[in-house]
Design a protein around this ligand. Structure first.
Ligand code: FEO
Length: 398
């Protein structure tokens, strides 16, 4: 397999994972790439590796440019196994002079790959002279792991930023100018919503630090998805926008249903929201994956959840969603709960409490409960619930 030239001295030597559909609970409908980069200088450096099973692909791409044993340095910007899974095999085959990671990177790599891993620490702010050019290292802790680190190839002004500015998007193209924005924008949002959202305050601080250091890369090389060479500022600006969490007048109504009653209620809630004049996304958990719901959550001001009661509990798919959303720590939500029950309605009140206490949702209207199939009167209550949430959001955002 062949390497792809990024510049005269830099090659993409990663792997394309066309078929991955579940990335630790995130539905990767378009697959992904594991990007690794070769820098040809007096010292030859490999930046990151790929998921273990893709090691032969990476190695063959490296071989299309140089003998792998000519690589002097391996840099590991992040210890997660989609970038470090091949590291041990690469060290065995390449026999580099040095393997470098951040302080926490070295510890995390050893925790994954064994205490005997020959990895050295590169300090925050440290640099490595490659000959013609040099690499400067900056820790990017919690973006999105404690060990995360970025590095800048100084004269070339090219940033290797690991997971930051990436997306899960497999294609035959490697660069932003080869893929239409309409094809990648949803995947960029989805990646941010599912991976980076909990760390939004850190993103804002990180972007501020990068600006303060005068770093304005001409090319950004993330470890997933397109390389930003035509318009690197586009993805930086999108991150600033996502991190600010300036919610739109948009509400997501997420529910599940056993015999259609909760779905009827959801439709009435949606109708009420529309009558208030806000944008709505109605998502049944029969049809929508949690990670697509999270993507819609990214710029939503409102969250309304609906559940059937099963054995006195909320429906399992709602439990899954709440656990997932709790971890994403989305800020500034207004919402409400609704649901249908047979003989015990406590779980619906419980859902409202969970939304308040675990998801930080400001409840705009008391939950609506329907015993079995909702009556016209009950559907009117659902309509009013939706309308109350919509009007509250408009009032807050005016
Ligand atoms: Fe792409 Fe955090 O690994």
């Amino acid at each position: 397999m062949h390497a792809i030239k990024v510049t005269d001295k830099i090659y993409w030597v990663g792997a394309i994972d066309w078929n991955v559909r579940d990335f630790h609970g995130y539905s990767t409908n378009k697959g992904t790439t594991y990007n690794a980069f070769l820098i040809l200088d007096k010292k030859i450096a490999l930046i990151d590796t790929v998921k273990k099973e893709f090691y032969p692909e990476m190695l063959s791409r490296i071989k299309s440019v140089i003998d792998p044993q000519k690589i002097d340095l391996i840099i590991s910007n992040h210890a997660e196994l989609d970038h470090s899974g091949s590291l041990k095999a690469a060290i065995a085959d390449i026999k580099p002079e040095h393997v470098y990671a951040s302080t926490l990177g070295a510890a995390n790599l050893k925790a994954h790959l064994g205490e005997d891993l020959p990895v050295e620490i590169i300090p925050n702010g440290g640099s490595l002279d490659l000959g013609e050019d040099s690499l400067t290292f900056i820790e990017s802790r919690m973006l999105h792991w404690p060990d995360s680190m970025i590095c800048l190839l100084k004269k070339a002004n090219i940033l290797f930023c690991n997971d930051i500015f990436g997306m899960h998007y497999a294609s035959s193209y490697r660069f932003d100018d080869e893929v239409a924005e309409r094809d990648w924008l949803y995947e960029a949002k989805k990646y941010y919503a599912n991976i980076i959202l909990p760390y939004s305050k850190i993103v804002t601080a990180f972007l501020g630090q990068v600006t303060k250091l005068g770093i304005k890369p001409s090319v950004i090389c993330p470890d997933h998805g397109p390389i930003w060479r035509k318009d690197p500022e586009r993805i930086v600006n999108l991150y600033a926008e996502f991190a600010a969490q300036k919610n739109r007048n948009k509400v997501i109504v997420i529910y599940d249903t056993m015999w259609g009653s909760t779905e009827k209620m959801a439709c009435a809630v949606t109708d009420g929201l529309i009558s208030a004049g806000v944008e709505v996304k109605q998502m049944s958990l029969h049809a929508a994956h949690r990670s697509d719901a999270a993507t819609e959550l990214l710029d939503a001001a409102g969250l309304i959840l609906g559940t059937p009661v099963l054995n006195q509990e909320i429906y399992p798919s709602l439990g899954d969603l709440i656990t997932y959303f709790k971890g994403l720590k989305k800020q500034n939500l207004i919402g409400a709960a609704f649901g249908s029950y047979g003989w015990s309605d406590g779980a619906i009140t419980g859902l409202e409490t969970i939304m308040k206490e675990k998801l930080g949702v400001e409840i705009a209207a008391p939950c609506v409960k329907s015993r079995f199939v909702p009556t016209e009167e009950k559907l009117k209550e659902c309509f009013e619930l939706g309308r109350a949430v919509g009007l509250k959001i408009l009032e807050k955002n005016k």
